[in-house]
Design a binder for this molecule. Structure first.
Ligand SMILES: Cc1ncc(COP(=O)(O)O)c(C=O)c1O
Length: 374
């Protein structure tokens, strides 16, 4: 039997292992100078004024919704075709997620849907840069006016929109470093933003509300006292994670380049098949980070397609089950009709895509898909 080709695999080498080992030997393993360095590098990469490292992207969303004061009676517009973490945080805040439909080709939120759904209760808009393609921020910001736009940038490390990296527009943008993501810290996240006071509030909420970082309180001749003005949470990143992230950042261009090459091979090898629709690209200027390669199966049920891939020893992923169909969402907020999302939800599947994938492995997947779909 041929070797299993997973859907994703972190791109970890000796440099990452050495960096983590150095932190483990250093005597300081939680939030410290490595997190600070990672935040500075990330702020520079994204062109955002400020960056805050976190234990996850989900934690970042929790803090941002909290700091914006979003809660009961409020509405937050976001696509249903996203990871449930965002929707969970909206629901847990007491607000109502208001689901926008997406474009069939790109699977990005449709700005005209935002226009349709805006109300006096709208307190935030959360576009998702789905699969590494940028949402149309000029149009979305124009519709939002004074309503905060929170960019879900979990898939968008390396994504450019009209010449700027995602996060460069002054909005809050939230990145994830979960192992499937384009760069990883095992688990982790980063919130970037341009408003210094807001980012400072997030920094306090990140770590119990304590007004100074632990590593500054434990150094030589430091002041171990603290005060808390507002109680906070515990969403700090560790220096072990940040050291991994710093090495991964050095490889970001190599990672994006390889992901793009793999996608080009997929497009060459699969675009003439009738039974499948390949991901489309936005028409505006951008750089796609190709976090995911989500295909739409037309000639076979997804169940049968997945079974045949498994038989061929090929992995797959589902990004995502539509959130408006989740049981608790239906129970809490009722039914929503989203024609494109409803059509896509049962037919999408993510094919293997990771920088360590060889050309031969890509061709194996292409050959299998061609065979399965006839
Ligand atoms: C679109 C989207 N948003 C948010 C998240 C949450 O990120 P994290 O896993 O770091 O909490 C993910 C992660 O999978 C995601 O795909």
């Amino acid at each position: 039997m041929s070797e299993f080709i997973p859907m994703s695999r972190p791109f970890i080498g000796q440099d990452e292992i050495d960096a983590v080992t150095e932190v483990l030997r250093s005597g300081w393993i939680t939030t410290g100078s490595k997190c600070k360095e990672f935040e500075d590098r990330f702020a520079t990469l994204t062109g955002a004024g400020y960056a805050l490292s976190l234990s996850s992207g989900t934690g970042g969303m929790h803090l941002v919704l909290k700091a914006l004061g979003i809660g009961k009676g409020d509405e937050v517009i976001t696509p249903s075709m996203t990871f449930a973490s965002t929707i969970n945080q909206i629901a847990l805040s007491g607000a109502r997620p208001v689901f926008a439909d997406i474009d069939y080709d790109t699977m990005l939120i449709k700005p005209e849907e935002i226009e349709r759904l805006l109300s006096v209760h709208t307190k935030a808009i959360i576009p998702v840069h789905f699969a590494g393609a940028p949402a149309d921020m000029d149009v979305i910001e124009g519709l939002a006016g004074d309503i905060p736009v929170i960019e879900d940038a979990a898939h968008a490390i390396g994504t450019m929109y009209k010449g700027g990296h995602i996060g460069s527009r002054g909005n809050i943008a939230i990145f994830s470093f979960h192992p499937i993501k384009n760069i990883t810290t095992a688990e982790g996240g980063m919130v970037v933003g341009g408003d210094e006071a807001f980012m400072e509030r997030l920094r306090l909420l990140r770590f119990h509300g304590i007004e100074r970082d632990a590593w500054k309180r434990y150094g030589k001749a430091s002041d171990p006292t603290y005060d808390i003005i507002e109680p906070g949470f515990k969403y700090n990143m560790t220096d072990i994670q940040a050291s991994l992230g710093l090495v991964q950042m050095d490889k970001l261009e190599e990672i994006t380049k390889r992901r793009t090459e793999i996608v080009e091979l997929y497009i060459q090898g699969l675009s003439d098949i009738d039974g499948i629709d390949l991901p489309g690209r936005p028409t505006y200027e951008h750089r796609h980070a190709w976090h995911l390669f989500v295909v739409k199966i037309r000639s076979l049920s997804r169940h049968d397609f997945m079974e045949a891939l498994a038989e061929a020893n090929i992995g797959y992923g589902l990004h995502f089950p539509a959130c408006h169909k989740l049981t608790y969402i239906r129970n809490m907020f009722g039914e929503t009709k989203l024609p494109v999302t409803d059509e896509l939800a049962p037919r999408i599947l993510s094919l293997p895509l990771y920088p360590g994938m060889s050309d031969a492995q890509v061709q194996t997947v292409i050959a299998a898909v061609r065979k399965i779909l006839g």
